[in-house]
Design a protein around this ligand. Structure first.
Ligand code: NAD
Ligand code: UDX
Length: 448
């Protein structure tokens, strides 16, 4: 099939390269000339495991190309995916649909023959209706079916998620779109991925409901972690104890510094706004948003408490800046608020991240210093804070760290380490929802 993808960002690029890998003929369009030039040189603008090799293989095989010119690619396509950003609108938190609607107008002018226009961007309920209206108004001759096909991939595992999805959701309003979308995803039937057809509005809501539910699950365990700290219980064992119940499930029950990223924060906020617009308030989601916002700053207070209540003039080494491991994405990363909270109280921060430091430099205060390794970040530090659980932070040489630090304080906001091993090396240790005397912690961790 001939497919055009508009927007070669995280989702557009991964969708494009995976569809090309399935054998389709794909053109990825982006208005960012530098991005397209880089892609044409074989340079990948984001860090995502496996992406560079897949782009190289499919571009080399002639199934994948990149361009800034939308018109020809859309005219030649049977299916056009819209994969541009839908960030929070400044001021009110609604999803900003400017980019989606701009693409709809451009696509309307360029389509040639029956074309399925698929919204892959995460968009509020009713956006597909508006995209169809814009296309019809812009070009009454355009023969299109507008479909919603939300994307559920996670950064850091994007290719695996796209190729082995738990489900594919396709919202259609016209039957003739069904066979086209079945054809797009036919190669996935081999992986037995269920494809679920719904109405377009339902598909749009499924995406927000899924993200909000996961954000709520994380927020729930984070609050339970606080309760564990207050009561002497152990959050990892609580998570395991409830997660073994199949009705609850063990995933997304890792307590931490609060969720971040390009999706959960903006999508939960957008769902709150959708609820308000339809006078059907999403109170649980409203509360989730508020709790998560407060949590990031609370983590800075936790670090300060671990440093004896005062960080003025002290050096804090920070391990991990991105919102999660295996990405260079810093969008809404908890590290931003935590570092700001520490600096507001007079701390000097030395940070290290395996992939995120370039993006971090643009977002963090310019007074932050950067190290080339975890060990360098620890030199003369009064405390070390682990914010993102990159694999290379999982088995650090604690003895070596301690020797180079001014005082041996480790604040582990991802519960990577065990109390006994950290204590053995003489560290003062704080983590999330756990206590030094928790029995069975290592057993629970080993089972995860
Ligand atoms: P992104 O910011 O990484 O990429 C968007 C791209 O669209 C940019 O490269 C931009 O230059 C391009 N663009 C904007 N307007 C354009 C136009 N008129 N013509 C051509 N290109 C244009 O965004 P993303 O993270 O890929 O997210 C895209 C959508 O997918 C969002 O709605 C997001 O919520 C959703 N989503 C993202 C993820 C994720 O993990 N990042 C996962 C699922 C869904
Ligand atoms: C999320 C959704 O999972 C994905 O389906 C959607 O398409 C895009 O948004 P992503 O943002 O890439 O994906 O990462 P995810 O793995 O969901 O993590 C989001 C945030 O939650 C991260 O900050 C992560 O550290 C945090 N998290 C996740 C936890 O704190 N605990 C958990 O148990 C899981």
């Amino acid at each position: 099939m001939k497919i055009a993808i508009i927007g070669a960002g995280y989702v557009g690029l991964v969708t494009g390269v995976c569809l090309a890998d399935f054998g389709h003929d794909v053109v990825c369009i982006d208005k960012d000339q530098c991005r397209i030039d880089a892609l044409n040189r074989g340079e990948i603008p984001i860090y995502e495991p496996g992406l560079a090799d897949l782009v190289k293989a499919n571009a080399g095989a002639g199934r994948l190309s990149f361009s800034v010119e939308l018109r020809d690619a859309v005219a030649g396509a049977e299916v056009v995916f819209i994969a541009v950003g839908t960030p929070s609108r400044r001021g009110d938190g609604h999803a900003d649909l400017t980019y989606v609607f701009a693409v709809a107008r451009e696509v309307a002018d360029a389509v040639d023959g029956f074309t399925v226009v698929v919204t892959k961007s995460t968009v509020p309920v009713g956006t597909g209706d508006e995209v169809a209206r814009i296309i019809a108004n812009t070009n009454p001759e355009a023969d299109v079916a507008v479909v919603s096909n939300p994307e559920f991939l996670r950064e850091g595992a994007a290719i695996e998620d796209f190729k082995r999805p738990d489900r594919i959701v396709v919202g259609i309003e016209e039957e003739r779109a069904r066979s086209v979308m079945n054809e797009v995803y036919r190669p996935l039937y081999l992986n037995q991925a269920p494809i679920m057809f719904t109405g377009r509005r339902t598909a749009e809501l499924i995406k927000y409901a899924a993200n909000a539910f996961l954000a709520m699950k994380i927020t729930f365990i984070n609050e339970v972690a606080d309760l564990c700290e207050a009561t002497g219980a152990d959050v990892q064992q609580v998570a395991r104890g409830i997660g073994l119940d199949n009705r609850i499930g063990s995933k997304f029950l890792h307590a931490g510094p609060g969720y971040g990223g390009s999706c959960f924060p903006k999508d939960t906020l957008a769902l709150v706004k959708i609820g308000q617009d339809f006078e059907s308030p999403m109170r649980l989601v409203e509360t989730t948003v508020a709790i998560n916002d407060q949590r990031k700053r609370a983590m800075a207070r936790k670090v300060i408490a671990s440093c004896g209540g005062d960080v003025r003039g002290k050096t804090i080494g920070v391990l991990g800046l991105t919102f999660k491991p295996n990405t260079d994405d810093m969008r809404e990363a908890p590290s931003i608020d935590i570092i700001q909270g520490l600096m507001d109280k007079g701390a000097h921060v030395v940070a290290y991240d395996p992939q995120g430091m370039d993006s971090a430099r643009e977002l963090l205060p310019k007074e932050v210093d950067y190290a080339d390794s975890a060990y360098e970040a620890a030199i003369d530090a009064d405390a070390l804070v682990l914010i993102t659980e990159w694999n290379e932070f999982r088995s650090l040489d604690l003895g070596r760290l301690k020797l180079s630090m001014k005082s041996a304080v480790l604040v582990d906001l991802r519960n990577v380490y065990r109390y006994d091993e950290v204590a053995r090396h003489g560290f003062a240790y704080a983590s999330i929802g756990r206590h030094g005397d928790s029995r069975g912690t290592s057993e629970a961790q080993a089972a995860e």
